[in-house]
Design a protein around this ligand. Sequence first.
Ligand code: IMP
Ligand code: MG
Length: 177
Amino acid sequence: MTSPAGVERVLFTEEQVSERIREVAAEISGKYRGRDLKLIAVLKGAVFFLTELARAIEIPVKIDFLAISTFGGGGPGMVRIAKDLDDPIQDEDVLLVEDIIDTGFTARFLMQTLAGRGPRSLSICTLLDRTVRRIVQVPVDFRCFEIPDRFVVGCGLDYKQLYRNLGYIAVMTPDKD
Ligand code: IMP
Ligand code: MG
């Protein structure tokens, strides 16, 4: 696939992304050794990361999904669950898998919601972390890459629902419209 219009530069190549995901998967396997782990991915962006991460993890994993939507004009923190998990997480070791943590509002909302359901443990793993834009603090247990304050696409991240299928992560200049 040739680079779409608007893609300015590749930040991480497909090879760099895969290699880093394998490293983080090894960290996760080490931390949860001897236990089962439930991976929870947020639709839709985190699905691409989840599948690659899950295949590289060397302990038994279950997966589940939730979807969120923003309301009230999408202002910060205005997040609700649009599709809930299929199963309870009570007494399970849970890892929330995110594509990107930006302001932190989404992750904080999800962590609070999941914590209320009595998991045995609850941690976060994110593909991308943009700490320069953080407004609310969330503990990030596993991260693949820290990124600069630029809009990015690829590896599940979209611009107007497009470009999730790019294998690399690229900086994008959204068109003015
Ligand atoms: P937060 O609540 O500000 O942390 O927002 C996180 C959500 O915003 C992510 O799950 C993405 O859907 C979206 N997002 C933030 N930055 C980007 C980006 O650079 N590219 C694509 N989506 C983004
Ligand atoms: Mg999005």
